[in-house]
Design a binder for this molecule. Sequence first.
Ligand code: CMP
Length: 148
Amino acid sequence: MERTFCMLKPGILQRRIVGRIVSRIEHKGLKICAMKMMRIPRAQCERHYSEHKERPFFKSLVDYMTSGPVVAMVVEGQDAIRYLRQLCGATNPAEAAPGTIRGDFALVTQNNIIHASDGPESARREIELFFTADEILEYEDGNRSWLG
Ligand code: CMP
């Protein structure tokens, strides 16, 4: 079992599509182990995106991400990192295939509506940045035998 970090960006809440996006993650068979709605403090957002801090879009990305509430999640499952990235589609919505979240709901890269960790190291770092250990719930997955 693998855990990954997922964040629904402010545009998802503004457009009232939280349920539709979460539904895609659940339908895939991934298990939500933590979820919270929050407004990200600017310093925390800058840490989260620290690898982009020299990029020209850094300030406007942080402005956007702190402009309204987000939904942060820990998602678990076999190959959860890879599957969640597949569900999201390419970072640039112009290259995201129809049927993916970005392909269906986003137009521009900065406001690409969802974030998903790109590997095990970033998943660990991002989960730790957003959640304490006691906010991540261990519970029996009654569907597991049906998911293969
Ligand atoms: P995300 O998956 O959250 O990871 C980094 C984010 O930076 C990315 O989604 C986009 O929101 C943003 N981003 C990446 N490249 C660009 C770009 N060229 N212009 C504007 N924003 C970008």
